[in-house]
Structures are given as structure tokens and as C-alpha cells.
Design a protein around this ligand. Sequence first.
Ligand SMILES: Cc1ncc(COP(=O)(O)O)c(C=O)c1O
Length: 405
Amino acid sequence: MKFEEKKSAAQNSFIRNSQSMLKNIFGTTDVTPFWIADMDFTIAEPIQKELQRLVERNQYAYESDTCGVFEAITNWYQRRHNLTLNVEHFVQVPGVLAGIALLIRELTEKGDGVLIQTPAYHQFSKVISSAGREVVKSPLQLVNGNYEVDYDDLAQKLSAEHVKVMILCNPHNPVGRVLRKSEVEKIQAIAEKYDVTIISDEIHADIIHSGNRFNSLMASGANKHVAMIGSPAKTFGMQSISNGYIYTENQEIFDTMRNLTRSLYLDHGNALTTFATIAAFNHGDSWLDELLQYLQESISWITLFLSEQLPSVTMTPVEGTYQIWLDFSGLGFSNNGLITLFADAGFALSPGSWFDDDAGQFARMNIAAPKVDIENAFKRLKETILSSTGQYSACSGASSSGGCC
Ligand SMILES: Cc1ncc(COP(=O)(O)O)c(C=O)c1O
């Protein structure tokens, strides 16, 4: 099975394996890294072949094909999401965060508010505050184990005069929600009412699990005030060899962003990113289908394991993304004690506190990894919890693992 043959390919993920970062965050380097969201798997064969073709030429002259990239993405969206996009409405950007950073600077003034739905991908706050804008948070509500939009809170926050932009993350990182069409439309209606532009980060659009359907903001008709932003990075595991793209049917936003990226010379990729992207979107379907099947099997295994063997740890429904959002509040650990527990169990997760101050009892796990690694991690977690239970459940002060209280 192609997704298993590269066991521990995580070693190739330079950042995920950074010894200094692991030591700094988890207090040890002796952990399997399930934190940063890149894949252990080898990329799809058509992408490999394209990259080999380019490298074997041993020539790196000026070369790009931005139109080819936009055409490949447009065809992909039609094929995979039944969504008709116009190839003329794309703007290339270096990456999704870079694109969001540029959009925020163009669509808002210093001091303006930019809304995010928390818990939220931790880079959003950074990208907003580093531009001198205010981070405005609208918390998602956990209702019977599912995250739901609090529309009253959203409306109240968006109605504030200084809030000009909302970043919508769909599918949502870290909680894995994939918005229903009605939810997307409701959010859009509220944003329009208060004249707020939505930047819809759809980087995880292709990682949708069975029973769910991706609903792009671009599908919901009245999309004059929105910009969608995406990239092949997550879909095809090409984080270090891809660019991002902005798509908008708002002529003013389009002109602004195209002129900006052109004037900054940011509007094209290099030969490797360009042709890898074209190969991915034109020929990556079957690899992605197999990946989704593989992820689904892991999700099913984890669901069963938690319900049968570790019911004190729960997982919110994984509708999309290859990250799962685990709730450890049933264990009674302190937030720091949880991080120590993960380290003791030998696996590195992204602590929930990265995504929201109130989410310290949660953690995000990247499951784009060989099943055997995931299964071993959960088995070790269970053993570690069991062996610590006496100390922790009594909650009688700091344990050797830095437990609760
Ligand atoms: C929602 C979301 N947006 C953006 C990014 C980063 O995208 P890029 O590397 O293209 O800036 C990530 C990466 O994890 C993400 O999850």
C-alpha cells in the first residue's frame, strides 16, 4: 500500500522534525511528530514524474505558465466540486498566508478589525496582528460534540464599525468542520449585511470525508464581496513546492490584488511549483481518492479505539482535513500536564491552546501518517494514561509527569 511504504517519512519533514522545536515545545525529541500539518506520504506519481523531468534537464531558465496553473485549477474545481470558475479571475500569490496578509493590507486600514472563528488556525492571529489590525474572535459553539457557528455572536461582532474583513476557514482547521451550504449562505448574508468582506481560506477543500460535501463560498451566488484563497499544498502534500491563488469575482478586489502582486513581482511561481501544480491538478485524482480512502480507514480505527478503549478521550466528528481534534478534558489533567502526557506517550500533538486560549484541554493531531504509526501512538497513549491514572485521578499535586492541579 503506497501510503504505508514510506513509514516514518516524517523524518523528511524538516520543520515537523526540528529537534530544537520539539525540545522546546514538548521537552523531548523522543516523540513521533503528529503536529505540523504536512504529510508522511510520497507525492502522487504524476507530480514525481514532472519534477523528475524538470530536474533531469539540468536547466532552470526563466519559465512559468501561470495560465496553465489557473486552467488546471479551474478544471479541477469543475471535476471535483462541480463548481464553474472563470480562469480570468485568479491571482497568483506566494502562498495562502502570504495571500491573506496581502488581502488584509489592501482591504483594511491599520486598527480595523478582522474576524476569525475560534478555535482558529494559529497563524491567522499572527497574520492579522502583524499587519497592525485587531483580531476579533467569534467562538464556535460546541453543541453535543459538534462545532456550530454562533450566528448571533457573529452578527454582533461583524456589526462593529471597525470590523471590515472576516477570515472564513472552510474546511475548518483545527476542528475539521465542513460547512453545509446553508451555513455558508447564512454567514455570507450576515457579512453582506454589515459590509464585511470574506476571505475564504479553502486550502483544505479537497480533504473531505465520507458523508460530507465541500461547499465553496464561491458557489453561493452573491459572491461580490469575497475572495477565496487556496493552494495544492494540503491536497497533494506539496507544502514546500506550491504557490497559492486568490479567486474573486469582485472586479475591484481582483484589480487591486493583481496590480499589487504584479508591482511586487509576486505573481508567478518558479518552474518547479508551476509544473508540479499543473501535474497535480490535471492528473492527481486517483492518488487523492486513494488518500481519502486511507484517511477514512484511520479515522474509523481511531473512532473505534477511542470508544472501546479510551472513552475519556473524545474526537469531534472529522468532516474534513487530515487533522483530528481531540478532547482530553475527561482526563482531568492541567493544560501543561497534557503536554507532558503526550511527551510521555511519545507523540507530539499541537496543543489546543495554540488555537484558542480556552482550548487547552484539546489537541490537534495530524493523521496524514502511516496507520501503524497512528495505532501505536494511541496504544501508547492509553498505556501512559493507565499507568498515570493513580497519580492523576487522585489529583493530589504535581506528578513526575507534571500532571493535574
Ligand atoms: C487553514 C490554513 N491556511 C493556510 C495554511 C498555510 O498555507 P501556506 O503554507 O500556503 O501559507 C494552512 C497550513 O496549515 C492552513 O491550515
